[in-house]
Design a protein around this ligand. Structure first.
Ligand code: GLC
Length: 471
């Protein structure tokens, strides 16, 4: 730590303009602390539904390559931010990368406005990934942005300030158990030393004291030391009772505020508890020079719709380049998603999972009191309909760039069916929303069992010369 960069900025960040009339899903048993209930803590997050994940660090300099070999995810290995481990780079050799980390084009204002433009309501960045390098100013190690790199700015300070300015919630990813620099490689079976645990406690204290309100503490890969993990989670609770704790802490039961899905997977059915799906735009999380397996805007929007329809948040990743800029492919996707959200956002924000425990051939649904949103992923000019539905519909609209368009429909209350007439082509070729206004509570037979049609897989396309994973 060269100079203390920041003082405590007060614990309350600007209130976000996300409405959410939902009580937290059942099954959360974490204790109440300082008058904040589990439901209050998670309310904004459930309404937000969509956030930005950022993987950025020394590994970004290597772009997935070491000594002419590609170790990226597309090569069948772990993702590009694992390169220290995959290529077995010696500790001191890797640490020297810090001397080259000088992202002169880093512009917090630009990143946050892109997230905002995309319709994301929160942002989570890697404050310390498995390589142990800290993007924040810390007095507990010299392996941090201020002490070890020529870039004399605290990234976490810049981003948290900017998020507050632009009205986004801010959170940090923190690898609490895996730390190849401070603990060493492959230490899964060894209990972390007291010094290491002390460092983590110090980091948690710094992150929750120096940067104002933290919205999420995104612990990753908890490992087996539950007592130690519990001490980390409890410290978060004590310092900032409003800060959410992610689902990979692995501490005592109930400390985690939500369930974390496995990487790059959307839920395969409706979730009964608060949950989040961490998703990449291509294969790798960290910047990879030649990973070109980009998901299309359509594929990303399908993931966004289906996670919301299944009652889940989507945390969509970008892996900035070493100079601090996002790739043009990322910017293009963020903007396209943003354009879609401007028209269709009401079908995502503040909604909960659709009422039916199955999909429809055309897509799926979200709901709000008095409204059903049909997420039409496969357009059928013959009409969009469903059965097992006994609630009177008072109007049907198509959400379009030119505003809501009223749609004619035929409802048979006796048979429990509704058929909506739709134009020949969808307003958005990727995904279109039909909003139904309801006269009362949704009534249907919940015992009807059908399938989930929409499975999007892992989306990983390995290179023909893939070498396999070493973790
Ligand atoms: C895994 C990976 C890690 C990545 C994370 C994102 O835990 O180890 O590299 O940060 O998932 O969800």
């Amino acid at each position: 730590m060269k100079t203390p960069k920041k003082l405590l900025i007060g614990l309350l960040a600007g209130v976000m303009v996300v409405s959410c009339g939902i009580a937290a899903a059942a099954g959360q048993t974490a204790g109440k602390s300082r008058d904040v209930t589990d439901e209050e803590r998670i309310e904004w997050w459930l309404g937000a539904r969509f956030g930005m994940f950022i993987h950025w660090g020394l590994y970004s300099l290597l772009g997935g390559e070491w000594q002419g070999q590609d170790y990226g995810k597309e090569m069948g290995g772990a993702s590009a931010e694992w390169i220290r481990h995959q290529a077995e780079i010696p500790r001191e050799t890797y640490a020297k990368l810090a001397g080259r980390f000088n992202p002169t084009k880093f512009d917090a204002e630009r990143w946050v406005s892109l997230a905002k433009q995309a319709g994301m309501k929160y942002l989570v960045i890697t404050s310390k990934h498995h390589d142990g390098f800290c993007l924040f100013d810390t007095q507990y190690t010299h392996f941090d942005i201020i002490d070890a790199s020529p870039f004399d700015r605290d990234i976490i300070a810049d981003l948290s300030d900017e998020c507050r300015r632009q009205g986004l919630r801010f959170g940090v990813y923190y690898s609490h158990n895996k730390d190849w620099h401070h603990r060493g490689l492959n230490k899964r079976r060894e209990r972390p030393t007291e010094d290491y645990v002390k460092m983590v406690h110090g980091h948690i204290r710094e992150l929750l004291t120096n940067y104002g309100q933290m919205s999420v503490f995104w612990f990753d890969i908890g490992g087996r030391w539950r007592d130690i993990n519990t001490s980390y989670g409890e410290l978060v609770r004590k310092l900032q009772p409003r800060c959410l704790i992610s689902g990979r802490l692995r501490g005592r039961k109930g400390l985690e505020d939500y369930h974390q899905l496995r990487d790059r997977l959307i839920p395969n059915k409706r979730m009964g508890v608060p949950a989040e799906s961490p998703m990449t735009m291509r294969d790798n999380w960290g910047y990879d020079r030649d990973d070109d397996n980009w998901k299309s805007v359509e594929e990303l929007l399908q993931r966004l719709c289906l996670t919301a329809c299944r009652g889940c948040n989507l945390l969509l990743n970008v892996g900035p380049r070493p100079d601090g800029t996002l790739s043009p492919e990322e910017i293009q996707r963020l903007k396209a998603i943003g354009r879609w959200m401007d028209v269709n956002g009401e079908a995502i924000y503040g909604t909960r999972a659709g009422p039916y425990d199955y999909d429809f051939e055309w897509g799926s649904m979200t709901q709000k009191p008095g409204r059903l949103y049909l997420h039409v992923l496969r357009w059928d000019p013959e009409g969009i309909g469903f059965d097992n539905f006994k609630t009177k519909v008072t109007s049907a609209h198509l959400l379009t760039e030119e505003g809501d368009k009223k749609l004619p429909y035929q409802q048979d209350m006796e048979a429990g069916t509704i058929e909506i007439d739709v134009p020949q082509s969808p307003p958005d070729p990727n995904a279109s929303i039909i909003a139904l206004e309801l006269a009362g509570e949704i009534t249907f037979d919940p015992s009807v069992k059908r399938d989930y049609f929409w499975h999007l897989g892992r989306g990983i396309k390995y290179h023909p010369d893939a070498r396999g994973r070493k973790d």
